[in-house]
Ligand binder design. Structure first.
Ligand SMILES: NC(=O)c1ccc[n+]([C@@H]2O[C@H](COP(=O)([O-])OP(=O)(O)OC[C@H]3O[C@@H](n4cnc5c(N)ncnc54)[C@H](O)[C@@H]3O)[C@@H](O)[C@H]2O)c1
Length: 169
């Protein structure tokens, strides 16, 4: 795909893999709209040489993700989505400290799996209106983990969320 003059939406773009992806896409000539939590450190984003817009949103929130998608698609050329936002925690399923807290399990599933799907569905809906270029309306890339297939002790929630992303993709 031609990246130059396209708009990309990158989640978790203020740190790590998302920040590196944002930097690379901006260097390739894309306009990049970054979704990350409102409290995320934006310093690294501000230093990127390129067209980068911060759209604060929690990936699990329908309204703020729709707002970010609208910003990304304001020129009707949202063509790239890279889902990097994610979190993990560590609790044994059962043990001397008690059972894995169910709310902690749900939190990881909610951000990593439900949040990724929330972004996919709203971005894909916007991309449907794109005129196909080389038979493509756009591309969506999701981030799973080797943990999807071989999770470590204490990471039942993370492994389940990443297996969910692999299956969903
Ligand atoms: N780091 C690794 O070794 C590794 C290995 C395999 C997979 N991954 C996956 O790659 C992705 C990026 O990992 P990373 O190491 O760059 O992580 P990171 O912690 O550096 O960055 C994750 C970003 O996601 C954001 N985020 C978290 N919850 C969010 C939410 N609800 N809404 C919006 N943004 C949210 C964070 O603020 C952060 O900026 C994750 O999905 C992670 O599971 C990482």
């Amino acid at each position: 795909m031609q990246i130059s003059h396209k708009t990309a939406l990158v989640t978790g773009g203020a740190s790590g893999l998302g920040l590196a992806t944002t930097t690379a896409l901006a260097a390739a000539g894309a306009r990049v709209v970054v979704i990350d939590l409102p409290q995320a450190n934006q310093d690294a984003l501000l230093s990127i040489d390129g067209d980068v817009v911060f759209a604060p949103a929690d990936v699990t929130d329908e309204v703020s993700v729709q707002r970010a998608v609208d910003i990304a698609n304001e020129n009707n050329n949202l063509a790239i989505v890279v889902n990097c936002a994610g979190m993990l925690n560590g609790f044994k399923t059962a043990g001397s400290k008690g059972a894995f807290p169910l709310d902690k399990f749900s939190a990881v599933i909610n951000v990593n799996l439900v949040g990724t799907f929330n972004v996919i569905r709203l971005a894909a809906q916007a991309m449907l209106a794109n005129e196909p270029v080389d038979e493509e309306r756009g591309v969506i890339i999701n981030t799973a983990s080797v943990a999807a297939f071989d999770g470590q002790m204490g990471q039942a929630a993370y492994a389940a969320s990443k297996a969910g992303i692999a299956g969903m993709t």
